[in-house]
Design a protein around this ligand. Structure first.
Ligand code: ATP
Ligand code: MG
Length: 566
C-alpha cells in the first residue's frame, strides 16, 4: 500500500488512487484491466500499459483483468488472442482464472441499448455513413440533427429488433445515442452505438449481425467487471465525456477513466496498422522478426521480461506525449544481461592463427570464468590447440602505435590462455591475409607472465578443431531516421526503412559449449555483444545466433566524443 509519506513520489495515477482512497470512492479497491483488441500482436507500447495496469493492481493488492476488446469481427482473429495471452504471461503477469472478452457482454449491451431507446436516449438512423459525416459539422460549426432523430420509441424498438434479426444490409441503418448535435465535443454529436455488419465473429460466430461500437462497449465492460481505474492513452481523453454519459444514462456502476501518454520510441513505428503492413508486405520476416518492436520480436531478439519491465518502470507515466530514445530500451536489456548472461567466446569473422611452437595433434583445457559479475556462475573448460581463430579486426599488418591487439612482432594475451607473439603473415595470390603465425609462451598459462611482463591487449579466440560454426545475425534499427512517421511530400514512411538493419555472418566460430545451447538461450560473446540462440531457425546441426545488443552503448560514446570536440 502506498503510504502518506511516500505521496511525493507517487505518479499522477497513484495520486488519483490516493485521492480515491481518502474519499472512499471505491471503498479502497483498486481493480484495473489491460484491454487489447485482438487485431495484431502486442508491442513495447502495450508492454507499458501492461506493466502499468498489472503493476498498480499488485501495488495496491488489487486485481488486473485481461480483457479482449473484440467488437470488430472483420479484423480480429483467434491467432492474435493466443499470441497476446502468451506475451502477457511471458512478461510475468497473471490475470487469474480466464481472460475476459467484450463479446461475452454482447447480450447485456443489447439490453442496455434497449433501455436507452425506451428512455428516449437512442434512435435508429437511416443516414448512410457519408451522410452522417456531412451532418456532423466541424470543430467550429455545429452539426445538423438527423431527420430520423424524432422517431417514436415503438418505431425505434421495432427497427432495432429488425436490425438484430438481419433484415437490413450492412451500413443501411445505425443505432445512435441522442445527445447533442451542437456539442463542442464531436464525440457527443449523436454517436453511433451499433452498426450492421453481417460478419462472422471469432467467438460469437454468426449469432450477431449488429455489433456495438467501441465507445458503447468499453465503459460498460469496465462497469460489469467492477473496474475502478480504467487507464487508457491520451487519444481517449475526449471520449471520456461519452464514457461518462453512457454510464450515467444507464445508471450503472461508474469507474474512473484516466488517460496517460502512450510510449513512442525513436527509430520505431508503433502503430499496429503499420506493423501489420510491414508483415503483410514482407518488409520483415514476420511479427516476430527480431527487428520488430513487438513483444514476440523482442523475445526472439533475446530481450528478457525483466529488462522490459525495468524499462517500463524507468520511463514512468506522464500526461504529455513524448518520445523515448530507443537507447534506453537497449540499456535496460544490456544491464540485465550483464548481470545474468554467461560469458562465452566466439569469433564473428574468423582469422586463422597457427601457434608454431604448440605441438601438433595436442590440445588442453583451460579454465574460463562464466560471469565476472556473478561468482556463483562458476567456471567452464575451454579447449586450446595449435590452430585457433581470432577476430579479423584483432589483427593489423601495419598497426599504428595505439593498436593494442595483434600485429607482426607484437605480443598479446589470449583470454584465459597464453601470451602469443605474431611472427609471420601468410597471404594468398591476391595479397589477402589467409593466416597468421604466432609463437606462445608456455610459462604464461592462464594469462599471466611469471616474470611480471605486461601486455596491453587481451583478445578472444576459439580452437579451430573444437569450434562450432554458427550463423550470426547482427541487427541495427529497423528505420534509418529517428522519427519514421515524419515524411516529406511524395515520400512514404516505408522509405525510411534502414537497408542495413540486418547483417548475416555465415561463418562465425564459437566455443564448443554452445553446441548444446537451447533455443532462446542468452549469453555474452566476450568483447562482442549479447546474443541468443534463435528460437525459430536454429537446429542441432545449424546454430543460428541473434545479436540482442552490442556490449556498449556505442551512441553514447559517439555523443561523448562529439561533446569533447566542442
Ligand atoms: P489500435 O487502436 O490501432 O488497434 P492500439 O495500439 O490502441 O491500436 P489496443 O489493442 O487497443 O491497440 O491497445 C490495448 C491497450 O494498450 C490500450 O489500453 C492502449 O491504450 C494501450 N496502448 C496501445 N499502444 C500503446 C502505447 N504506444 N503506449 C502505451 N499504451 C499503449
Ligand atoms: Mg486501441
Amino acid at each position: 500500500m502506498a503510504s502518506e509519506e511516500s505521496a511525493g513520489r507517487l505518479n499522477f495515477i497513484e495520486q488519483i488512487i490516493a485521492e480515491h482512497e481518502a474519499s472512499g470512492r471505491f471503498g479502497g479497491r483498486v481493480q484495473t484491466r489491460f484491454p487489447p483488441e485482438p487485431n495484431g500482436y502486442l508491442h513495447i507500447g502495450h508492454a507499458k500499459s501492461i506493466c502499468l495496469n498489472f503493476g498498480l493492481a499488485a501495488k495496491y493488492g488489487g486485481k488486473c483483468n485481461l480483457r479482449f476488446d473484440d467488437t470488430n469481427p472483420t479484423k480480429e482473429e483467434d491467432e492474435y488472442v493466443r499470441a497476446i495471452e502468451e506475451d502477457v504471461r511471458w512478461l510475468g503477469f497473471d490475470w487469474g482464472e480466464a481472460a475476459l472478452f467484450a463479446s461475452d457482454y454482447f447480450g447485456q449491451l443489447y439490453e442496455w441499448a434497449l433501455k436507452l431507446i425506451q428512455d428516449g436516449k437512442a434512435f435508429v438512423c437511416d443516414l448512410s455513413f457519408d451522410e452522417m459525416r456531412e451532418h456532423r459539422g466541424t470543430l467550429t460549426e455545429p452539426g445538423r440533427e438527423s431527420p430520423y432523430r424524432d422517431r417514436s420509441v415503438e418505431e425505434n424498438l421495432d427497427l432495432f429488433a429488425r436490425m438484430k434479426a438481419g433484415e437490413f444490409p450492412d451500413g443501411s441503418r445505425t443505432l445512435r445515442a441522442k445527445i447533442d448535435m451542437a456539442a463542442a465535443n464531436l464525440n457527443l454529436r449523436d454517436p453511433v452505438m451499433y452498426r450492421i455488419l453481417h460478419a462472422t465473429h471469432h467467438r460469437t460466430g454468426d449469432a450477431w449481425c449488429i455489433y456495438p461500437m467501441y465507445d458503447f462497449t468499453h465503459g460498460q465492460s469496465d462497469s460489469i467487471e467492477g473496474i475502478t481505474h480504467s487507464i487508457c492513452t491520451l487519444e481517449f481523453e475526449n471520449h471520456r465525456p461519452l464514457y461518462d454519459w453512457y454510464l450515467d444514462a444507464l445508471e450503472i456502476y461508474h469507474p474512473q477513466q484516466i488517460e496517460f501518454a502512450r510510449l513512442n520510441l525513436t527509430y520505431t513505428v508503433m502503430s499496429k496498422r503499420r506493423l501489420l503492413q510491414l508483415v503483410a508486405e514482407g518488409l520483415v520476416s514476420g511479427w516476430d522478426d527480431p527487428r520488430m518492436p513487438t513483444i514476440c520480436g523482442l523475445r526472439r531478439r533475446g530481450y528478457t521480461p525483466a529488462a522490459i519491465r525495468n524499462f517500463c518502470d524507468l520511463i514512468g507515466v506522464a500526461k504529455f506525449n513524448s518520445t523515448i530514445d530507443v537507447v534506453q530500451l537497449e540499456n535496460s536489456v544490456r544491464e540485465d544481461l550483464n548481470r545474468h548472461a554467461p560469458r562465452v567466446m566466439g569469433v564473428l569473422r574468423p582469422l586463422r592463427v597457427v601457434i608454431e611452437n604448440y605441438p601438433e595433434g595436442e590440445s588442453e583445457e583451460l579454465e574460463a570464468v562464466n560471469n565476472p559479475e556473478d561468482e556463483s556462475a562458476g567456471t567452464r573448460p575451454v579447449p586450446f590447440s595449435r590452430v585457433l581463430y581470432i577476430e579479423e579486426t584483432d589483427f593489423m599488418e601495419d598497426a599504428p602505435k595505439k593498436f593494442f591487439r595483434l600485429a607482426p612482432g607484437r605480443e598479446v594475451r589470449l583470454r584465459y590462455a597464453y601470451f602469443v607473439t605474431c611472427t609471420d603473415v601468410v597471404k594468398d595470390a591476391d595479397g589477402r591475409i589467409t593466416e597468421i603465425r604466432c609463437t606462445y609462451d608456455p610459462a604464461t598459462r592462464g594469462g599471466n607472465a611469471p616474470d611480471g611482463r605486461k601486455v596491453k591487449g587481451t583478445i578472444h579466440w576459439v580452437s579451430a578443431e573444437h569450434a562450432v560454426q554458427a550463423e550470426v545475425r547482427l541487427y541495427d534499427h529497423l528505420f534509418a531516421v529517428p522519427d519514421p512517421n515524419e515524411v516529406a511530400e511524395g515520400q512514404d514512411w516505408t522509405d525510411h526503412l534502414n537497408p542495413q538493419s540486418i547483417e548475416v555472418l555465415s561463418g562465425a566460430m564459437v566455443e564448443p559449449s554452445l553446441a548444446s545451447a537451447e533455443p532462446g538461450a542468452r549469453f555474452q560473446l566476450e568483447r562482442t555483444g549479447y546474443f541468443c540462440v534463435d528460437s525459430v531457425d536454429s537446429r542441432p546441426d545449424r546454430l543460428v545466433l541473434n545479436r540482442t545488443v552490442s556490449l556498449k552503448d556505442t551512441w553514447a560514446k559517439v555523443q561523448k566524443q562529439q561533446l569533447q570536440k566542442k
